[in-house]
Design a protein around this ligand. Structure first.
Ligand code: NDP
Ligand code: HSE
Length: 437
């Protein structure tokens, strides 16, 4: 079985090492030895340390490599949309099988890759694209196909989980925790994709597509990052017995007209400390899957890093290689349900709202009236004076309100209206609350 490896960076170089160190076992599991036909990189002369591979296999021409007749499987560890998409479409149309870790491409235009795979008759596997080493996509695309998945809730970005965990543990602000994540090598020099939620949104789109048999793209995902989360938000969450996590939530549900839909969103949220995702610390990932017959399933582990990600890549290489030797291909993309994606405004959630208000008679009634006007039910109200913890007449007071479940649009409109009240000096923070476990 001859492999073309595209990319030999953090992940690709570990794929090479594992291919070498596990070669006998991999050959036994597949029924044929795996050989590297070529490795395409950008800088052919780059120092790659001690890599157990013949330097002659390196090329700077990925197109030429994927088209070669002696290549059976293309393993893509480069990333980005172009030129990766063109390489993989070329390979798939030529009947080769593809293994990729490229979540950005799959979320942006996975349909084109699936169509090319169907056309060429090869396999398209991408376990490493979501949650690194955690076996998660195979369970969704195979093991759970006898069931009906209702919701997938996950922590799928290690960098932001490290930052939020550090803020929770040390009381640090966002900037300080990001600096620590950068120093320790968790956050990249440009952390935008992680802290603004783009990385998690791409993964959410892939998870939703598999869970709900529907093509969901990155543009379908409502996305908010963690840059606005403050130390005060974290302290407020703690006071409620909660912690703050960047969650990806993909859920089935009925739209206002009764039609079945899916909603997919990524945003920071408070979750109770009793929720299974609350204890997922540092840079770990975890995904909580709820299905009608199976009940609640939890997948946990390292979501990034060269070796963990390469483990998932190699697992896929074994699967597609076995299929090729047997002359079969895995089941095609399952997108038959084709469910519409519900707008964020219709997603059902709860808000935790901190208000800085004037402490005098009638203020609470006015605030409560705004919630009532928007058909939002209040679950709890807590009041203290700003700073001292004891409310005094005609002074400022902190009002912390947690709602019951309501459509996000109604909750957002409530917050907007609160900002317009004379007695509300400021809306100090707004966070969603998820998982009533
Ligand atoms: P790196 O930046 O470490 O490596 C990228 C590799 O691609 C390098 O070898 C680079 O060549 C090569 N490359 C870049 N552009 C080209 C080009 N135009 N032609 C040929 N080769 C090119 O990335 P990672 O290994 O971190 O990530 C690879 C993929 O894995 C991405 O899709 C990423 O999202 C995904 N992934 C990464 C994880 C991680 O923890 N790092 C976790 C899960 C998924 P050169 O070496 O010469 O610069
Ligand atoms: N930047 C990603 C993370 C890498 O922090 O989880 C894995 O996709």
């Amino acid at each position: 079985m001859r492999l073309a490896l595209l990319g030999c960076g953090t992940v690709g170089s570990e794929v090479v090492r594992l291919l070498h160190s596990q070669s006998a076992d991999l050959a036994a599991r597949i029924g044929a030895p795996l050989e590297i036909a070529g490795i395409a990189v950008r800088r052919i002369g780059r120092d790659r340390g001690e890599l157990p591979v013949d330097p002659a296999v390196f090329t700077s021409d990925p197109f030429d490599l994927v088209k070669r007749d002696d290549v059976d499987v293309v393993v893509e560890c480069v990333g980005g949309i172009e030129p990766a998409r063109s390489w993989l479409v070329e390979a798939l149309r030529a009947g080769k099988s593809v293994v990729t870790a490229n979540k950005v491409l799959l979320a942006e235009d996975g349909g084109t890759l699936h169509d090319a795979a169907a056309q060429g008759g090869g396999d398209l596997y991408y376990e490493a694209a979501v949650a690194g080493a955690i076996p998660l996509l195979r369970p969704l695309r195979e093991s759970l196909h006898g069931d009906r998945v209702t919701q997938v809730t996950g922590i799928v970005n290690g960098t932001t989980n490290f930052i939020l965990s550090a803020m929770d543990t040390t009381g640090a602000g966002f900037a300080e925790a990001l600096a620590e994540a950068t120093d320790l090598g968790y956050a990249e020099a440009d952390p935008t994709a992680d802290v603004e939620g783009f990385d998690a949104a791409a993964k959410a789109a892939i998870l939703a597509s598999l869970a709900f048999h529907t093509r969901v793209g990155a543009a379908d995902v409502h996305r908010e990052g963690i840059t606005e989360v403050t130390a005060a938000d974290v302290a407020s969450a703690k006071a409620m017995g909660c912690t703050i996590k960047l969650l990806c939530i993909a859920a089935r549900g009925a739209a206002a007209d009764g039609r079945e839909t899916v909603s997919v969103r990524v945003h920071p949220a408070m979750i109770p400390l009793t929720h299974p995702l609350a204890s997922v610390g540092d840079a770990f990932n975890a995904v909580f899957v709820e299905a009608e017959a199976a009940g609640q399933l939890m997948f946990y582990g390292p979501g990034a890093g060269g070796a963990p990600t390469a483990s998932a890549v190699l697992g896929d290489v074994v699967a597609v290689s076995r299929n090729r030797l047997a002359g079969v291909r895995a089941a095609s993309e399952s997108a038959y349900a084709d469910l519409p994606v519900r707008p964020m405004g219709e997603a059902l959630t709860r808000y935790h709202i901190s208000l800085d208000v004037t402490d005098r008679p009638g203020v609470l009634a006015a605030v409560a009236g705004v919630f009532a006007q928007h058909d939002v039910s209040i679950a709890t109200v807590r009041q203290g004076s700003a700073g001292s913890g004891v409310a005094g007449r005609d002074e400022d007071a902190d009002l912390v309100i947690v709602t019951h479940v309501a459509p996000d649009a109604a909750l957002a409109a409530t917050v907007q209206a609160l900002r317009g009240l004379d007695t509300v000096r400021s809306v100090a923070s707004v966070l969603r609350v998820e998982g009533s476990a």
